[in-house]
Design a protein around this ligand. Structure first.
Ligand SMILES: *Cc1c(COP(=O)(O)O)cnc(C)c1O
Length: 379
């Protein structure tokens, strides 16, 4: 705290620069480019396959819960999301004190960096991975340390362990990895955790956990139970279909969870979002049915692409990764011509969300022109 008296004594001369001084870290900030909406350029129905959203509308009972909660919009919401936290604690079998919710898991992730990183501390994660990671690290004043994925597009946990220094405060493990699709397997994570200093927080980002079918995949909750330095990050944006309402949460041990609650934006999760999340949890049978339908569509798309000659990495989220290299942008344009919005990443590849069956089928009609054999024979 600086008192007014001391401030006055320290008044600086008026400098020639007239605009407010902003943090230099912002200059290095890659900007987050949200997935494009589908635009309709011809008679075909448009589909958005660019943001890993759920193609289904909110679950049964959710719209009613939203309507009821909206009737008290003149009031602040429950700051602690008590009902949601209680339902989650019961569902997950964790103490309520280990839960911290905020406006999407991206906000929780920002808070995790705020509670662990001082200026210049390091945040280790795989790359390519979720594009919010380097942005949030820079905003926190930390240094992003990006460890290349293995050639099979899985995390390279050996290299990540080797990248840990005495400045490392937090490590992000994204499983399944957005945008490439593979999961981290439990024995690999266990071996990794044995090499990570116990005072470094390891965050297991399970944004797509409901879609995972690999039985060897990481069990985030079991891992958190076994390790004081592990936090699990979950969201209602993907499988639960509430991306528009912004609710996510972390499960972590008491000191971390308590710190998260300290830094959280006050009243962040609206009453409408809390009610919708609670109602979605109550509609679990319908949720599981929808998730299974997406998983089946994913299998169909992956099989179709492999038949066309594509080498597709393990796809355990609600999306597939096409490593199209220099043809990435051209492919995204070809999709746009048939009213499909997909998500290109530079000259690396395209992430396509598994969407309505008609959208997935249309995707498979664009991909043959870009199949490896076809591309190899081009002049
Ligand atoms: C979509 C996503 C999130 C969740 O974002 P919300 O802020 O909860 O909508 C978190 N992590 C990853 C890897 C994601 O892809």
């Amino acid at each position: 705290m600086v008192t007014v008296a001391r401030c006055a004594a320290g008044l600086r001369r008026v400098s020639a620069v007239t605009s407010p001084r902003l943090r230099p870290a912002l200059r290095e900030l890659p900007s987050y480019s949200p997935g494009k909406s589908a635009t309709q350029v011809n008679e075909l129905a448009p589909y958005k396959m660019s943001s890993n959203e759920n193609p289904y509308p909110p679950l049964p009972g959710v719209l009613e819960a939203i309507a009821a909660a909206s009737s008290t919009s003149q009031r602040y919401p429950d700051a602690r999301s008590s009902e949601l936290v209680a339902v989650l604690a019961d569902r997950l079998g964790v103490p309520a004190g280990h839960l911290a919710a905020s406006t999407g898991s991206v906000a929780v992730l920002a808070h995790l960096m705020q509670i662990t990183c001082d200026a210049g501390d390091e945040v280790v994660f795989a790359w390519r991975s979720f594009e919010a990671y380097p942005i949030l690290a820079r905003i926190a004043g930390a240094v992003p340390v990006q460890v290349p994925l293995r050639t099979d597009l899985h995390h390279d946990l050996d290299a990540m362990a080797a990248a840990v220094t005495d400045r490392t405060r937090i490590i992000l493990v994204c499983t399944p990895n957005n945008p490439t699709g593979p999961v981290v397997r439990q024995p690999d994570l266990d071996a990794f955790l044995a090499r990570v200093p116990p005072d470094v927080l390891v965050v297991v980002d399970e944004a797509y956990v409901e879609f995972v079918r690999d039985t060897a995949a990481v069990d985030g909750l079991a891992t958190y139970r076994a390790h004081e330095n592990v936090a699990v990050l979950r969201t209602f944006s993907k499988a639960y279909g509430l991306a528009g309402l912004r609710v996510g949460y972390a499960v972590s041990h008491e000191p971390v969870a308590a710190a998260l609650r300290k830094v959280a934006t006050p009243f962040g999760v609206s009453a409408v979002a809390q009610a919708a999340a609670v109602a979605s949890l109550a509609a679990e049978p319908a949720l599981l049915e929808r998730v299974q339908a997406v998983v089946q569509e994913r299998s169909r798309v992956v099989a179709g692409l492999r038949d066309q000659g594509y080498d597709i990495a393990q796809a355990e989220g609600n999306f597939v990764w096409l490593a199209l290299g220099t043809r990435t942008q051209e492919f995204a344009e070809a999709c746009a011509e048939v009213n499909l919005a997909v998500r290109p990443f530079g000259d690396e590849g395209v992430r396509v969300t598994i969407a309505e069956p008609a959208a997935n089928t249309r995707l498979l009609s664009v991909t043959p022109k870009f199949a490896p054999e076809v591309v190899r024979q081009l002049p």
